[in-house]
Design a protein around this ligand. Structure first.
Ligand code: PMP
Length: 363
């Protein structure tokens, strides 16, 4: 059965092979007589699932030994609090604001520390990235936070800044919720990366945190124990019951990614998908994307019909053509096509053909 192509920004499409495997193991995982949801997180069956998922993710993302991989809960929004609770030491943190998600991050952090805005693109409507050479760091900042891919505004960092070279001694914290596993990470430039799983690496309910060893152990006394990175690391993410089924699903996705050739191969496919869609938009008089070309997101492509009165017809036709969840985020309107790892190139080809046909019949 050919399923429709699903362009949701998250929770998002998952490869059918992965869903089929999960379905086939639903009642009995590997002859254990139990489904994964029914297993104790401390039993040998689940521990083996957890360890395999950790090892596969470490390999896929080339995570160095001096970083811990934590499986937490609460999503990206909870991390907006958990990061300052763990890293700010009640002092100052620098925030780079490039869209809705980093905006939310800095607002939440104000509950726990002094926030200094090192740079913002708000005045330009979040259509560009402020050039790192112009960022204003505070000398006492305990970390610098940015969102490496803005899911709503469609702005992506194609290279992470080298903070030391720019004059900051603080570790870089990135929200890579909608970028994780779509491309390699330059860990030499990162102190901590976090993200919800529900876009590229699994179902909602699992939050991934990759944190450098030296950043553990500095949590504020008010930090909830379950959110203290050191407590989580010391207990192999099992201080409290982890989201076991979501970890299992993420593990299946990591296996699938390895079969696809790993992150470099999936990155090449992601580049091809994004190129196809942006070219179709740029070569038409009918559609428009307003993000500067050098920072357009490969994962989330917001676009607009120049004549917005045709939006409903566009979406209804798309659905009939087997192209789902293309409606843009309410904050910016228009359309948005999310092209996460599990979206095949054919899905984007069908979308582009649909867009051309709609343009032909409606201009
Ligand atoms: N950061 C980014 C970049 C996101 O895209 C999202 C969700 N779309 C979040 C944070 C919030 O994640 P959650 O809803 O899992 O808390």
């Amino acid at each position: 059965m050919q399923r429709p192509y699903n362009f949701s920004a998250g929770p998002a499409t998952i490869a059918p092979e992965v869903l089929q495997q999960a379905a086939s193991e639903m009642l009995d995982w590997h002859g254990s007589g139990m489904g994964v949801m029914e297993m104790s997180h401390r039993g040998k069956e689940f521990i083996s699932i957890y360890e395999q998922a950790q090892a596969d993710l470490r390999e896929l993302l080339a995570v160095p030994k001096h970083f811990h991989i934590l499986f937490m809960q609460g999503g990206g929004l909870a991390e907006n609090a958990i990061v300052p609770l763990n890293l700010s030491r009640g002092g100052t943190a620098d925030y780079v604001v490039t869209g809705a998600w980093s905006q939310k991050s800095q607002k939440e952090a104000r509950k726990y520390c002094n926030v200094h805005i090192a740079a913002s693109d708000e005045a330009r409507g979040f259509t560009q990235l402020p050039a790192p050479a112009g960022w204003q760091f505070s000398p006492e900042a305990s970390y610098v936070h940015l969102c490496s891919n803005e899911t709503i505004h469609g702005v992506e960092f194609h290279a992470l800044p080298d903070l030391q070279a720019l004059g900051s001694r603080a570790p870089l914290v990135i929200d890579f919720s909608s970028q994780v596993a779509s491309r390699p990470v330059d860990w030499a430039r990162v102190g901590l990366a976090y993200g919800g799983a529900q876009k590229n690496i699994g179902p909602a309910g699992l939050t991934l945190v990759v944190v450098r060893e030296d950043l553990l152990g500095h949590a504020l006394p008010v930090c909830p124990s379950a959110f203290d990175y050191k407590t989580v690391a010391d207990n192999q993410s099992m201080f409290n019951t982890p989201p076991t089924y979501a970890i299992y699903m993420a593990g299946l996705i990591f296996q699938w990614l390895k079969k696809m050739g790993g992150v470099p191969a999936i990155e090449a496919r992601n580049i091809a998908k994004a190129k196809l869609l942006y070219e179709a938009i740029d070569n038409s008089q009918f559609y428009v994307n307003r993000v500067a070309r050098d920072c357009r997101s490969r994962m989330n492509v917001p676009f607009f019909l120049r004549d917005e009165s045709r939006n409903e017809a566009f979406l209804a036709g798309a659905k009939a053509a087997g192209l789902l969840q293309l409606k843009g985020h309410k904050m910016v309107g228009g359309m948005r096509a999310s092209l996460y790892n599990a979206m095949p190139l054919e899905g984007v080809q069908v979308l582009v053909e649909y867009m051309r046909e709609f343009e032909r019949t409606h201009s």
